[in-house]
Design a protein. Sequence first.
Length: 307
Amino acid sequence: MSIIIDGKAYAAELRGQIKAGVEEIKGKHSITPGLAVILVGNDPASEVYVGNKGKMCREVGMEAFDFRMLADTTESQLIAKIKELGQDKKVNGILVQLPLPKHINESAVINAIDPLKDVDGLHAINAGKLATGQDGIVPCTPLGCLMLIKSVARDLSGKNALIIGRSNLVGKPMAQLLLRESCTVTISHSRTKNLPELCRNANIVVAATGKPEMIKGEWIRSGAIVIDVGINRIHLSDGSTKLVGDVAYAEALQNAKAITPVPGGVGPMTIACLLANTLKAACLQHNIENDLASGFLSISNVEQINN
Ligand code: GUN
């Protein structure tokens, strides 16, 4: 029997721990962590994500500040807003929702964020810290994926991990995190020639391609852990729509030892990790002992598998 990794339940557990952490720093230090989210333009999917982030913040007792900017906002206007929020003591975390309109240089914008407030962990300083084994802020989605992997397998040392996708948001930081766990890491991408073969050799597969059900079940090694980062809306022949991942779930379930569903797998963990990073950022900015912020970054282990 395969384990279906319940990201929704784990994320709820994590949010409970974060809420307790927020209450503690409110009580002991009179600090209410605050997250500012900036959305440029009105992409409907981004609107939904941003709305959810605000709601979840409030649920754990944090403050949420939403900033909507027009689609024709210039790069310098956006950077000016980021700098202003960088000076604002009520704001401990700054997230600029991606993707940005094409006329704006994403790297310039991300690198304008104070690294201590970079709750996405995408600033060059945080990316560099992750790559060089220093403690920084780690991107939310890969962090959530790692927690889900560790919920079913404590020791990842020596495992073959295949990451499908090389984005700065998921693929590259995921590789660094799994390397830190002593996995043998392969990153594949759109130009990779022998993907089915690489998959068949992988004990851990993290799929982040944005291509619906691209990873076939027969490619999955027996006993593998499969983490599906994709969320794709597909149209069915009866006119309805459905959310699917990057992995052909029903097929992969036959071979995998553990697998995340879509929805209800990685998605809820991303927001929970964003909240965790915001609490961590607030602690860092106020020199508060960080065991709070780092201590809760683990979720209970259900079943450990040895493959
Ligand atoms: N767009 C999709 N996922 C993310 C994320 O994790 N962070 C940001 N900033 N934008 C996103």
